[in-house]
Design a protein around this ligand. Sequence first.
Ligand code: CDP
Length: 220
Amino acid sequence: MSDEKTPAAPSGQSLVIAVDGPAASGKGTIARALARHFKLPHMDTGLLYRAVALNLFRFGGDPGSEFEAMRACDLTSVSLDDPDLRSEVVGSIASRISAYPSVREKLLERQRGFAAQRGGAVLDGRDIGTVIAPDADVKLFVTAAVEVRARRRLAELLARGISAHIEDVIIDLKARDSRDSGRSSAPLAQAEDAELLDTSAMEIEEAIAAAIAIVDKHIG
Ligand code: CDP
């Protein structure tokens, strides 16, 4: 994640793009591609929740305790490049601790600051268009059928040398979807003014082209 504030204004203007969607919908790949195309810095906000989860896991904290999860929000000892952030166990803890309002509150300022930098930014997550950057210039809600997302997640896992069964991946994704959408604090939801991009029947290059076309249409 390019978490650094890099000056990157396409033509001296500011452009904030919010990309939200469920797990394995393609939102991360699309957000990175948009950032490259529009020369904007990018933040994968899921990594922040994963960093809290990894911190908590390393000090043996209980994901069931909001207090302990909140204490794990001091991210000074976690590198956002740590490969362990991508592990399934960390993803699953992240999905639990991200439901705590105090955890979300602790991570709010960093994300809002990133979105507000000069020139703009691309952020992807679950609540970017609704909570972090409600005034974003362009909002995309990227989704795909759960079976398609499961096949993508499975391919990612296999590429990392982790074997898994498609049925288990589907169960895990459904559990995450319902936790993310059902929580009371900043649930996963499509902002009213977000454009829906269903990538179920798209190859990644097609999805990226569609996302760029949506942004181009909005910025005229
Ligand atoms: O794509 P995947 O769900 O595996 O992971 P992620 O995008 O890295 O996010 C990890 C977890 O953090 C998710 O399960 C969400 O519950 C949570 N999250 C969130 O609540 N709000 C965000 N803006 C980003 C992630």
